[in-house]
Ligand binder design. Structure first.
Ligand code: FES
Ligand code: FES
Length: 991
C-alpha cells in the first residue's frame, strides 16, 4: 500500500505492506537509530516520537503513522553540532554500548519539551520505558538533568575530573578513606551537583550519589596526563547520533533472511523430517536439516584453544535436548517467507523422557542426554555429568574436628539471563575474493573464526570476522551461537544472509547463568578464626556443557581464597538436564559462590554472637598473603601460585560500613509491618586468565601525527576502546584525538582472546602500552636525528618533542620526515602481552532494604559499592561499570529468574515476565573507587568489569535477614519466598 510518512520534517511516499511495523519501515529507510531489542514494545530501543510522544515503533504498524509527525535521533543533532541532550549523554558517561541511547534520548527530549525543569523522579518516570542493561540508569538520569539545566540557560559545573595527580594523597589507614575522597560529590572542587541523581524511594540525603563516585586512593606515580582522567568515550558521538554502527546497520544487496525451527520438546529424536514443502515455497532459497550439514562435535564456548569443556554440540542434530534446540534453518527473500517456510517443515519426533531437575540427573534411571559416541571431553556421559571439579588443601575433616563451631547450610541460586538489549545477530556474505565475511555481535571474533571453521568446512584463512559496535554482551556473546548456521546458509545460497534472534529466542535458545545448589560448611574457633571451609555445589549446565567446567571452577577459586585458612575443600559436579544451556555470564560463576559464602559468613557470625564485619576482618585475605587455592584450582586446569600484591579490602569495607551507618542500623529492624535492615558482602575476582589470555596491539604513525591503533580487543560497550586509546596517548605523549581506534577485525587487527575474564584493560592494555613504548622509541630516534640530540634525553609532551637545549619538533614533523624526507621508514610496531599473574580486584558492597512483612516485597533502598580495581584508567567509565554491574546483581538478588513449565518450556520469554531493573526501580546508588597500585598490569591496573556483580545479591540477602531475623536461603528474594520464611519463623516460634 502507498503511505506518506513525515519523518524528521521530510515527507516520504513509501510502498509498505499492511502488516509492516513502523520499526521495520524506518530501518529500511535508513533510520538506523531505531533499534530492534524486542518485538513486544517493552525495551524502548525502537522508540520514535510520534507527534512528539515517545512510542515503541515495533508494535506500531507503519500504516498507523500516516499523517503523523515522526522524529528520530537522526534529526536532533549531528557530530558537528550535537543537541544538548546528546552532549550531556556523552559528558556524563551515560553511554556504554549505546544500543538503548537513541531511544532514551528521544524519551528525554519529549520530557524536556513539556517540562523544562523536571525533578529526578520525573526523569526516571520518563525513562521508565527505556530498558538499559549497561548503566544502572544513574548517568542517563544525570545526563537528562544536566541537559535540562543547560537548555534553561543555567551554568553547569564541568564534569568533575580527578585533576592533577598530586590530588591523590597516600592512604593513611589511621583515617577514614573518605577523608581522601577526590573525585565527584565528595570533592569540594568539583562544585555542587546541580541536581544529583538520587534515590527515588528513600527521600534520604543523596549528597554522595551516583554519577559522582568518589575516588579514594594512593597513587604511586604522579606524572600521568591522560590515564586516570574521565576522557570522553571515543565511540560516543556515533552512538548518540544513531550512526549505522551495529551489525544490523548495513544494507547488502540481495540479502536473505534466515529463521530457525526449534524443538517444542525437551528431549526427542527426530525420526523423520520432511522439508519438501518448505523448499518449494516461492522465495525460499535454502532449508537445512541435520542431513545437510557435517556432523562435527564442537563447543559454542568462545575460549582459547583447546577449549577445555565438553565438545557436545552439532550444527544440526537428529536429537534435540531442550525446548528451543535447533531443528532446521531456512533462508528466504523476506523474514515473513522464512517464517512461513518453518511452518511447512514436518517433523516426526519420538519424544523421550526428559530430566529437568539437576538432583535427578545422575540417577541411574535418568535419561542419558549425550549418548552419542562422537562427543568428547564429557566427564561422565553415562551419569549426565558434564564436568567435575575437586580441589583441596590441608585436611578439612581434621579442621572441622578441631573447630569449636561447625556451621553447615544450603543455598540456591537461580538461572538468569544476560539480556543484552541487542539480541544475537549475524550477517554473512562472500567478499570479492570469495572469502566469507562474518559480521557478528560477538565478544570473541578470533574464537568465532577458529571454532566455526571446521563446522562449516572452510579453513580460517577464508573467513574474516568483523565485530562492529555491540549492543551489550555480558558473557552471552562469548558463545558462538548463530555464526555457523548463517555461514552455511550463505555457502548454500551464495547470497548474504542475516540471522537474528527474536527476544523470545534470545531467552529460550541462547545462554544463561548456571543455577547452582551450594552447600557451605565452615569450622571456626570461638574467637572467629576460620579453621576449615568447604564448598560443595551441584550446577545445572542444561543440555550442553559449554563453560560448564570453567564457570564452576571460578565459583570456588575466586571466592574461597578471600578467607584463607589451612583447610579448604571445593567440590563441584556439573550435570546435564533437558533445559536451555547455561554459559558465560558476567561474574562467571563468582556471584553464585559469593551468594553462598557471604550469606554463610553472616550465619556463622550470628552463631558466634560476633559482628559480621568483625568476623570478615578477622579472616580476610591481606596484601602479601598467598592465594591458597590459586595453584590448586586454575581455570579448567592447574593454576599458578599467586601472591596478593595489592588489596584495598580494608578501605572498601570501611567506606561501606560508614556509608551504611552500620553501627546505628544493623540489628535495628523495628517491629512494624515495614522492617529495615542492612547487609554487607565482600568480593574478589580475577584479572584475566593467567597463563592463557593474550592480546596484541599494532600502532602506526600517520603523517599528520595521528596514530592508527589496531587491537583485537573487543569493545562490547564497556569502553575498552577508550581505555586503550588513553593508554596509547599517555605513552606516546599525544592527545586523545590523535588516536584512531580500530577494533576488531580478524583480517587487520592482531590476535586477542576477546572480551571476557575482565581481561581487556590488563591484557590488551598491556599490549598497547608495550607497542606504544616501541613506537615512542622510534619517534625519539628520528627526533634525535632531527634535533641532533641523544634520543634518550628527549621528552614528548602534548605532541611536542623537546631536547635538553629547548629545541623542539612535533610528532607530526617527525612523521613527515620519517615518511617523506630522510631514511624513510614507517614508524610502527606490534606487541603482544600475556601474564602468569591475575591480580584480584576486591570490593565491599552494602545494601539497605525495607521489607513489607505483609506482602513479602523487598525494596532495596540503598546500594553501595566500594571497589579496589587498582589504578583506574578512566574513572567515569569505571563507575559506569560499577553501577551497571551492581544493578544486574540487584536483579539477581530480588527479581530475575528463568521459570519453566513441567515439560521444560520456558515461561519467561519476554521483558515483562522476565523483569530487569528499570529507571524507576533503582535504589540510591553510591560508588567508590579505592585506588591501589598493582605491579603487574599497565600503570597498576586491575579488573573492573565483573567484580561489581559479585557481592550485591548476598549484601541484599544479608540485609533482608537483618530486617526479618530470619534468612531466605534462595534468590531471587521473591515475595513468596520471603513470606514463606516469615511464616516458617512464626510457626517455629509457636513450637
Ligand atoms: S520496544 Fe520496540 S524493540 Fe523493544
Ligand atoms: S548503554 Fe544502555 S543497553 Fe547498553
Amino acid at each position: 500500500m502507498e503511505l506518506e510518512l513525515r519523518i524528521n520534517g521530510i515527507i516520504k511516499s513509501l510502498d509498505v505492506a499492511p502488516n509492516e511495523s513502523l520499526m521495520t519501515v524506518l530501518r529500511q529507510e535508513g533510520y538506523h537509530s531505531v533499534k530492534h531489542g524486542c518485538e513486544t514494545g517493552e525495551c524502548g530501543a525502537c522508540n520514535v516520537l510520534v507527534d512528539g510522544v515517545p512510542r515503541p515503533s515495533c508494535v506500531m504498524l507503519a500504516a498507523q503513522a500516516g499523517g503523523c509527525t515522526l522524529t528520530t535521533v537522526e534529526s536532533l543533532g549531528t557530530a558537528r553540532k550535537l543537541h544538548p541532550l546528546q552532549e550531556a549523554f556523552i559528558d556524563t558517561g551515560a553511554i556504554q554500548c549505546g544500543f538503548c541511547t537513541p531511544g532514551m534520548v528521544l524519551s528525554a527530549h519529549a520530557l524536556l519539551k513539556s517540562n523544562p525543569d523536571p525533578s529526578e523522579n520525573e526523569v526516571r518516570d520518563a525513562l521508565s520505558g527505556n530498558l538499559c542493561r549497561c548503566t544502572g540508569y544513574v548517568k542517563p538520569v544525570e545526563a537528562v538533568l544536566r541537559a535540562a539545566a543547560i537548555m534553561r540557560g543555567e551554568t553547569v559545573p564541568p564534569i568533575s575530573s580527578p585533576g592533577s595527580a598530586e590530588n591523590f594523597k597516600p592512604w593513611d589507614p589511621g583515617r577514614s578513606p573518605l577523608e581522601h575522597a577526590e573525585y565527584g560529590a565528595s570533592n569540594p572542587d568539583a562544585g555542587p551537583p546541580y541536581k544529583s541523581p538520587g534515590s527515588p524511594t528513600t527521600g534520604e540525603d543523596s549528597s554522595a550519589q551516583g554519577g559522582t563516585a568518589t575516588l579514594v586512593g594512593a597513587r604511586t606515580s604522579t606524572d600521568l596526563s591522560i590515564v586516570g582522567k574521565p576522557e570522553r568515550k571515543v565511540d560516543a558521538v556515533k552512538l548518540v547520533t544513531g550512526k549505522p554502527a551495529f551489525v544490523d546497520d548495513i544494507d547488502l544487496r540481495d540479502m536473505l533472511h534466515a529463521r530457525l525451527l526449534t524443538s517444542p520438546h525437551a528431549h526427542a529424536i527426530i525420526r523423520a523430517i520432511d522439508v519438501s514443502e518448505a523448499r518449494a515455497l516461492s522465495g525460499v532459497h535454502a532449508v537445512l536439516t541435520y542431513k545437510d550439514v557435517p556432523r562435527i562435535p564442537y563447543t559454542t564456548a568462545g575460549q582459547s584453544w583447546p577449549e577445555p569443556g565438553p565438545h557436545d554440540q552439532y550444527c544440526l542434530d537428529n536429537r534435540v535436548r531442550f525446548v528451543g534446540d535447533r531443528v532446521a534453518a531456512v533462508a528466504a527473500e523476506t523474514p515473513e517467507i522464512a517464517e512461513q517456510a518453518l511452518g511447512l517443515i514436518h517433523v516426526d519426533y519420538e519424544v523421550l523422557p526428559a530430566v529437568l531437575d539437576p538432583r535427578q540427573s545422575t540417577d541411574p534411571n535418568a535419561p542419558r542426554i549425550h549418548p552419542e559416541p562422537e562427543s568428547y571431553r564429557i566427564h561422565d556421559a553415562s551419569r549426565n555429568v558434564a564436568a567435575h571439579l575437586h580441589a583441596e588443601i590441608g585436611d578439612v575433616e581434621r579442621g572441622f574436628a578441631e573447630s569449636d563451631l561447625v556451621v553447615e547450610r544450603e543455598y540456591i541460586v537461580p538461572q538468569v539471563q544476560q539480556t543484552p538489549i541487542e539480541n544475537h545477530i549475524v550477517i554473512t556474505y562472500w567478499d570479492e575474493d570469495d572469502r566469507l565475511v562474518v559480521r557478528t555481535s560477538t565478544q570473541v571474533p578470533y574464537h568465532v573464526r577458529r571454532i566455526i571453521a571446521p563446522v562449516i568446512g572452510l579453513p580460517p584463512r577464508r573467513i574474516r570476522v568483523v565485530k562492529p559496535r555491540i549492543g551489550g554482551g555480558f558473557g552471552v556473546k562469548q558463545e558462538v551461537l548463530l555464526e555457523d548456521i548463517c555461514a552455511i546458509l550463505t555457502m548454500a545460497t551464495d547470497r548474504p544472509v542475516k540471522l537474528e534472534f527474536s527476544r523470545a529466542e534470545e531467552f529460550r535458545s541462547s545462554r544463561s547463568r548456571h543455577p547452582q545448589i551450594l552447600r557451605m560448611k565452615t569450622g571456626v574457633k570461638r574467637d572467629g578464626t576460620i579453621i576449615a571451609n568447604q564448598m560443595t555445589l551441584l550446577a545445572n549446565t542444561g543440555a550442553y556443557g559449554t563453560h560448564a567446567l570453567t564457570v564452576q571452577s571460578n565459583t570456588g577459586s575466586k571466592t574461597l581464597p578471600i578467607y584463607p585458612c589451612a583447610n579448604i575443600r571445593f567440590d563441584a559436579e556439573i550435570v546435564y538436564t533437558n533445559l536451555p544451556p547455561a554459559g558465560a555470564f558476567r561474574g562467571y560463576g563468582v556471584p553464585q559462590g559469593f551468594f553462598a559464602l557471604e550469606s554463610h559468613i553472616d550465619e556463622v557470625a550470628k552463631q558466634l554472637g560476633m559482628d559480621a564485619l568483625e568476623l570478615r576482618r578477622k579472616n580476610w585475605l591481606k596484601e602479601g598473603d598467598e592465594n591458597p587455592l590459586a595453584r590448586a584450582l586454575g581455570e579448567g586446569k592447574e593454576g599458578y601460585a599467586q601472591i596478593i600484591e595489592s588489596c584495598g579490602l580494608p578501605q572498601c569495607l570501611q567506606i561501606v560500613e560508614e556509608k551504611l551507618n552500620w553501627k546505628e542500623k544493623r540489628g535495628k529492624s523495628g517491629s512494624g509491618r515495614f522492617r529495615r535492615g542492612v547487609g554487607v558482602s565482600l568480593a574478589m575476582h580475577g584479572t584475566a586468565i593467567p597463563g592463557l589470555d593474550m592480546g596484541g596491539a599494532s600502532i602506526k604513525l600517520n603523517d599528520d601525527g595521528s596514530f592508527n591503533v589496531l587491537v583485537g580487543a573487543t569493545d562490547i560497550g564497556t569502553g575498552s576502546d577508550t581505555v586503550i586509546a588513553q593508554i596509547a596517548a599517555e605513552v606516546l605523549g599525544v592527545r586523545m584525538e590523535d588516536i584512531i581506534m580500530h577494533s576488531s577485525d580478524t583480517d587487520f587487527a592482531p590476535f586477542d582472546t576477546g572480551a571476557y575474564a575482565s581481561s581487556t584493560t590488563y591484557i590488551s592494555g598491556g599490549a598497547t602500552k608495550k607497542a606504544a613504548e616501541q613506537v615512542r622509541m622510534q619517534i625519539l630516534d628520528v627526533a634525535g636525528r632531527m634535533l641532533r640530540a641523544n634520543p634518550e634525553t628527549l621528552t614528548i609532551n602534548d605532541r611536542v618533542i623537546t631536547a635538553p637545549n629547548g629545541q623542539t619538533v612535533t610528532v607530526s614533523q617527525v612523521a613527515l620526515d620519517s615518511l617523506h624526507v630522510e631514511n624513510q621508514q614507517q614508524i610502527m610496531s606490534t606487541a603482544s602481552w600475556m601474564s602468569y599473574n591475575s591480580p584480584p580486584p576486591f570490593a565491599a558492597q552494602g545494601a539497605e532494604v525495607e521489607v513489607d512483612t505483609e506482602t513479602g516485597v523487598v525494596r532495596v533502598l540503598k546500594a553501595i559499592s566500594a571497589v579496589d580495581a587498582g589504578r583506574v584508567v578512566n574513572p567515569i567509565m569505571a563507575e559506569g561499570q560499577i553501577e551497571g554491574g551492581s544493578t544486574q546483581a540487584l536483579g539477581y538478588g530480588v527479581c530475575e529468574e528463568m521459570v519453566y513449565d513441567q515439560q521444560g518450556a520456558l515461561l519467561t520469554t519476554n521483558l515483562s515476565d522476565y523483569r530487569i531493573f528499570s529507571a524507576v526501580d533503582m535504589p540510591q546508588m553510591e560508588s567508590y573507587l579505592v585506588e591501589t597500585h598493582d605491579p603487574f598490569g599497565p600503570f597498576g591496573v586491575k579488573a573492573i568489569a565483573e567484580i561489581p556483580i559479585d557481592g550485591m545479591a548476598p549484601a541484599v540477602a544479608n540485609a533482608v535477614a537483618d530486617a526479618l531475623g530470619v534468612r531466605v536461603h534462595q534468590i531471587p528474594l521473591t515475595p513468596e519466598r520471603v513470606l514463606l520464611a516469615i511464616y516458617t519463623q512464626s510457626q517455629n516460634a509457636k513450637q
